[in-house]
Design a protein around this ligand. Structure first.
Ligand code: GLC
Length: 622
């Protein structure tokens, strides 16, 4: 249909304008993937308008507000937290009852881990979705979700949810019908009668879970077919070559957007397009799809924005921002900085981290990254090995060193991590553990080593200060604000025992949270300091995401110096990754700066930084 025909019945002037502005590009992109399939394209356009019409007035109001202020999510006072609903407060109502706690943590962006219906024991932490429109019954109902979102919005908290688009659970209705050999539904996945084509894919496609779910295909004996399963065998890859899959998944997004979701975390997005002979990662068609989703949400529900989950090196991540004219994701994870930080913890050598900071500060300021220390996933060692090779460091032995250090195998290390998906074939393994346990709080507290405990707490605070120093949106992993240690109980649960990511997915300990106001406890001290840092970050313009940022030399490879500059403000941030007290030698003039944490005046020439400590020095007269 032509645009005239498609807009004939549109009564809303606002919608007509948004749709008209994007129609030709959308049509073009759709044709790139699906040829001249006007049947499905017209249906998509009609449905988009239907979802717009069904959107609540308050959400339409928010759409307008955010259209007028498109940088709303870049404000420096936004602080995120991610959590499992069930671990934090049993269910959605529980989360709603604990919003005061989140506010006391300065949190105004809440990422709830997947909460849609998914089968017990075969759910990959909720990432195997059986129904995108039904909340897992033990967590509540769609009404509870909507109620929670409304209450969050009343308090100025935005809500982020995952949209798991690469696959469905094998219990999803489509998968069930495909298993019944209904062609229409089989066409939504990848089925093969024998191993010929799967074996060709296996030659070029790497494995996501080499130990816990080897291979990219699963044999289904009852129907004598292979199905593509990049992740777990119960997560069936969707076939986006089929326009019905694209359309239906878009309707699921729009359905959820109409429940008020502010941020869609597009899970595992690099994987969604498969082509034989490639590694099936980041193919050009993936970008076409993400761009179409961006257009569609901008037309129907512009209040909702996209966060891409691309856990890869920067050259692969950055294209997901799209271009200035044709943007894709609004935000992306800063996975490389996260793993480089843990590399720095283990090596006490900041050179790679400094290099990484320099790369990031060279990127356009409109790119917004999500910064984090830990999340629900493992730490994968996606480091810049080309750079490390300059220092004679090789990938495989280096990964072994990092894993040995962070699992406490190396003498002097207080870390308590566990390996994840150790692949002896490649000599590769990833790592799990909470921030507090990786910093040594668990081991030092257990051994009653007071001085070491002090250092470990300081280390944990320093890493949070480093996260808060970076431009972008900082996300705290629920529990980290009260030093949650590893939870070993997953080993007793047969559904979890194989997946060591559950080590850092433990229950939120409310008894620890209660201690947050008691300065005589670890939790109380940590919470107060963290809060102070968060409040400084929100208040001082030098932390704005559009500040100029660069690194400086300190003449010591264990101290990282980051300089931020905005307006007349300048901040010198110093991070000591070594277990020794140190002096950072700087060449930043003789003007005194204020230490934001202590209030002391300091000339930035020879600055004392305690073992595992940090300082934020600010000057207003630049
Ligand atoms: C993402 C999630 C991870 C999950 C995977 C498969 O990478 O972060 O937890 O296992 O997608 O959905």
């Amino acid at each position: 249909m032509t645009i005239e025909k498609l807009t004939e019945s549109i009564e809303s002037e606002e919608y007509r304008k948004r749709f008209g502005g994007h129609f030709h590009e959308l049509k073009w992109l759709y044709a790139e993937l699906y040829g001249d399939d006007s049947l499905h394209f017209d249906e998509l356009c009609e449905q988009m308008y239907r979802w717009y019409c069904e959107r609540r007035d308050t959400l339409k109001e928010l759409d307008r507000e955010r259209e007028a202020n498109p940088d709303w999510y870049k404000k420096q006072d936004i602080l995120g937290m991610m959590m499992y609903t069930e671990q934090f407060a049993d269910n959605l109502e529980g989360v709603r009852n604990h919003l005061d706690y989140l506010e006391s943590c300065n949190v105004n962006y809440l990422h709830l881990m997947p909460l849609f219906d998914s089968p017990e024991g075969r759910n990959d932490g909720g990432y195997a979705v059986a129904d995108f429109r039904k909340v897992r019954p033990d967590l509540g109902t769609m009404d509870d979700l909507e109620k929670l979102i409304k209450e969050c919005h009343n308090r100025g908290i935005s809500v982020c949810l995952d949209f798991v688009m690469n696959h469905t659970s094998e219990d999803h209705e489509w998968a069930k019908r495909a298993r019944n050999l209904e062609k229409e539904y089989m066409d939504r996945y990848f089925f093969y009668d024998n191993y010929d084509i799967p074996s060709q894919f296996e030659k070029t496609v790497p494995q996501v879970f080499p130990t816990t779910a080897p291979g990219n295909f699963t044999w289904l004996p009852e129907i004598q077919k292979y199905v593509m399963t990049t992740f777990y065998p119960y997560q069936w890859d969707l076939n986006y070559r089929n326009p019905v899959v694209f359309n239906e998944m878009v309707y699921n997004i729009l359905y959820l957007a109409n429940k008020g979701i502010d941020v869609f975390r597009i899970d595992a997005v690099p994987y969604i397009w498969k082509t034989l002979g490639t590694d099936c990662r980041n193919l050009p068609e993936v970008h076409t799809i993400v761009r179409m989703i961006r257009i569609i949400t901008e037309v129907v529900c512009p209040a909702a924005i996209l966060l891409g989950e691309v856990v890869m090196e920067p050259v692969k991540v950055v294209p997901y921002f799209g271009t200035v004219d044709k943007p894709e994701c609004h935000m992306l994870y800063n996975a490389t900085t996260m793993c480089t930080t843990w590399h720095t913890v283990a090596t006490k050598d900041v050179r790679l981290l400094k290099h990484q900071m320099d790369i990031l500060s060279g990127l356009p300021k409109q790119y917004l990254f999500l910064n984090y220390l830990r999340c629900h996933d493992d730490i994968g060692w996606g480091l810049d090995y080309n750079y490390l090779r300059n220092y004679g460091i090789q990938e495989i032995p280096h990964k072994k060193y990092l894993n040995d250090y962070l699992t406490g195998e190396i003498s002097g290390s207080l870390s308590e991590g566990e390996l994840y998906n150790s692949d002896p074939r490649l000599g590769d393994a990833r790592l799990c553990g909470t921030t507090a346990s990786l910093c040594g709080i668990e081991k030092a507290a257990y051994r009653h080593e007071k001085e070491k405990l002090e250092k470990a707490i300081r280390f944990d605070l320093m890493l949070h200060a480093f996260m808060l120093t970076q431009s972008g949106l900082p996300i705290i992993y629920s529990g980290d604000e009260v030093c949650r240690q590893n939870d070993y109980s997953y080993k007793d649960d047969p559904n979890k025992a194989e997946d060591s990511r559950y080590l850092h997915r433990g229950r939120f300990l409310w008894e620890d949270a209660e201690k947050r106001n008691d300065p005589d406890t670890i939790q109380g001290r940590f919470f107060a300091e963290l809060k102070k840092m968060e409040e400084l970050r929100a208040a001082e313009e030098v932390f704005a995401s559009d500040a100029e940022v660069w690194t400086a030399d300190t003449w010591d490879d264990s101290i990282l110096a980051i300089i931020r500059h905005r307006g007349s403000q300048r901040l010198i941030a110093l991070f000591n990754f070594s277990d020794q007290d140190k002096t950072a030698w700087l060449n930043e003039g003789y003007e005194p700066y204020t230490d934001l944490m202590s209030g002391e005046l300091i000339v930035p020439r020879d600055v004392f930084v305690p073992a595992y400590g940090f300082c934020w020095l600010k000057n207003n007269r630049y």
